[in-house]
Write a protein that binds this ligand. Structure first.
Ligand code: DX5
Ligand code: ZN
Length: 235
């Protein structure tokens, strides 16, 4: 297989007492973005990382930050994550009413805008806003925890998003999050994903080993990452 893809390791699975070390590891493995899972104890049960932590991490790496908001009322969080240094800010379709407005607010704050959908939400709900998006995050687990098993029936959404993008000239990155590991990532790529998010398999399991020796390849430029670096391929 010779597929280029973007890799966004999720620091949810790292040692929280050594996040700086986790960033170095991601850089060494050729990660393209750092995926940061923000949970509020309301939209999902856990509480994880807030804007002050993101601001502290911002000083430690030049890699783009892909911030995944799993929060209710995402509109409250836009200014603080812009200030903290997020490059991509992704919120959940299910957590917002004024989705169109929020995308505009994220852009106005100087960030790329992403939408995430949980396994029960179809791609068709996004029809009216696909042209505005920089990233669509397909959740392949129910959000809230790392280390869950992939729900394979969600993968078809990747193909749908790919076809829509080809047909209509949309620009969004198709990112996949949840249960991706060394055994199934080729399948995820075959469905047409551009970016793989990986937490436990990157830090503790099979994916880290699979990708650690991959050569760097600058595909990220076409997706407008701020530092223009990144990309990779597995043969
Ligand atoms: C889950 C998070 C994921 C999580 C993925 O709600 O959105 O980003 O870190 O973890 P793994 O790769 O372990 O499924
Ligand atoms: Zn995530």
């Amino acid at each position: 297989m010779d597929t280029k893809f973007l890799l966004a390791p999720s620091i949810l699975a790292c040692d929280f007492s050594d996040m700086g070390g986790a960033l170095s590891l991601i850089e060494k493995a050729g990660g393209d973005m750092v995926h940061i899972d923000v949970m509020d104890g309301h939209f999902v049960p856990e509480i994880t990382i807030g804007a002050p932590v993101v601001a502290a991490l911002r000083k430690k790496t030049k890699l783009p930050f892909d911030v995944h908001l799993m929060v209710s009322n995402p509109e409250h969080f836009i200014p603080m994550f812009a200030e903290a240094g997020a490059d991509y800010l992704t919120f959940h379709y299910e957590a917002a009413v004024h989705v169109h407005s929020l995308i505009g607010q994220i852009h106005a704050a100087g960030m790329k805008a992403g939408i995430s959908i949980v396994p029960s939400t179809p791609v068709s709900f996004l029809t009216e806003i696909l042209d505005m998006l920089d990233l669509v995050l397909v959740m392949t687990v129910n959000p809230g925890y790392g280390g869950q098993k992939m729900i394979y029936s969600c993968l078809e959404k990747i193909r749908t998003l790919r076809n829509l993008r080809e047909k209509s000239g949309f620009k969004y990155i198709i990112s996949v999050d949840g249960g991706v590991n060394g055994e199934n990532f080729n399948q995820v790529l075959e469905f047409g994903a551009d970016m793989i998010v990986s937490g436990s398999a990157f830090f503790n399991g099979s994916l880290g080993k699979s990708v650690s020796s991959r050569p760097a390849s600058p595909v990220c430029g076409s997706f407008s990452c701020k530092n223009g670096s990144g990309g990779g391929k597995i043969e």
